[in-house]
Design a protein around this ligand. Sequence first.
Ligand SMILES: *Cc1c(COP(=O)(O)O)cnc(C)c1O
Length: 375
Amino acid sequence: MSIPFFPPDLFDGDLLLEVVREVGLAPDQRFILGSRTARFEEVLRDGLGVADAVACGSGTSALTLVLHAMGVGPGDEVIVPAYGCAPLASAPSTLGATPVFADVDPWTMVVDPAEVDKLVTERTKVIMPAHVFSVMADMPALRRIATEAGVRLLEDSAVGQGGVLAGRAAGTWGDAGVFSFVQVKTFGMPGEGGMVVTGDPALAREVRMLRNHGQDGVHRFRHHRIGHNSRFDEVMAAFQLRRFATLPDRLERRARIGEYYTSRFADLAARGVLAPPPGRDGRCFYVYSLLADRRDALRDHLTAHGIGSHVYYQAPLPRQPAFAGHAQPGRDWPAAASAARRQLAIPIHPHLTDAQVEHIADEVCRFAATSGAHG
Ligand SMILES: *Cc1c(COP(=O)(O)O)cnc(C)c1O
């Protein structure tokens, strides 16, 4: 049995060809920001019950557009997780602001609200948590901190689509939330794209202008802002519209696989393999990530048994060469560093068969059993 970490057959190729034909043969030949994009925005907006949804060029660019719309610029600080993907640090940096890195929870790997709270200064403009792997950030606590500090909250929900915490959907906890549709994400597609969702119509209007060179959508070539090119592709919008109805089924399959793994791995913590916390509340099941003391040995064991796995972030963001200049001197991020050493993700994509899922769980358990307590 050979089980890749990313499924090679992620998309229905016939559907892709169909929507290329549909958009390509449409009389108006409109390939960006057309009626399908508008419809896709409406579908997400209404599904989440938010004031507006604005489709844009990528998840990264969605973060940048929102920060820009919130007025973030030189001299401002944006509090971001010390562990996570590069856009968390690069989005504030490209606007000339300073990312301030907060350490994460050592188990769930999402940003620790107590650490965020300590870093708020008079220069803080935005708090920008992210959901990580299969766990949503502690949004109620972060909401309280942002409100008390009088700063904006931007929820990086790039991996969180479909997640619900305390009855509230991922993406709707912040002043704005952001999704990514890059191939590997839970609502991935065969191209680049992202979405900003917000309950704040004025913020949405600003993002809408900024995504298309600061134009207002009425007067062409009148530029109210120095904007960006972050527009959405009509073929991708058509593709996503066709796949939206079946998204809950795929998310449910992921959740079931995740729950099965967590139940199988419940007793492995004493043997140096820690599964994410059980339950459905505040979970998103984008990636199923273990923390293993002997991470590389586990990875080798899985490879030897035909199971693909993936190490995500191999260093805390402030230890990346690109962002080291923003690493506040004297500060360190022990939980982020520990996650970077121990994190290993195993397959959870919805195409896995039950037999494959069992095989993966069996091999993780077998590794833990033979590796002794804290090898
Ligand atoms: C994927 C991801 C992004 C970036 O999305 P792109 O569409 O790849 O630009 C941002 N934040 C997080 C947490 C992500 O996982």
